[in-house]
Design a protein around this ligand. Sequence first.
Ligand SMILES: [Zn+2]
Ligand SMILES: [Zn+2]
Length: 211
Amino acid sequence: MLEIVPLELGELATNTYLITDSDTREAAVIDPAGDGQVILAQAKRYYCRIEQIWCTHAHFDHIGGVGELARVLETAPVIALHPADRPLWQLQGGASLLGHFLPTTPVPTLDLAEGMELRLGGTVFEVRHTPGHTPGHCIYYCASAGVCFCGDLIFQDSVGRTDLPGGNWDTLVTSIRSQVFSLPDETRLLPGHGPETMVGQEKKHNPFVRA
Ligand SMILES: [Zn+2]
Ligand SMILES: [Zn+2]
């Protein structure tokens, strides 16, 4: 079974998710936004081992904790990112553009691709490539748990901004309609900012992409 520990971290109140397989206690961190020590302390509290870091995209407010987290772990974690977001990663996630500073961040070790499967113990996740907010944005869908970690693609009653370098409105809308609205209505959406929502609710009420 999948256990989810949400943490709100970093200067832009980004949602970081510590997720673990309840049988094996293998864990992954989705978007470590900051405070590697805080994330590690939570992993200890839940008796799990962080072995993987999965990034939805390379904006600094989602990767700000990757460096510190990688340093405090005993073994180097897998760091997953879509290659189309590598240039952004190399620019420290655009931190300097927005007046922020990012400590040294290790390079990604796993190139994500559309349809790829990631595993956490016995729990399987499907990678869905969802460009629009950034070119390499991806979401992580776990069918068995009925949950999708959707980064800055879609929020409760809102969507990701497309005015930053690499953003594109039409691409964003296409990604939401094809990759999110194709999931079952009762799928929980766990976004990069703000409260969780559900596919059916956003289909009906999201003013930007209502069906
Ligand atoms: Zn972003
Ligand atoms: Zn964000």
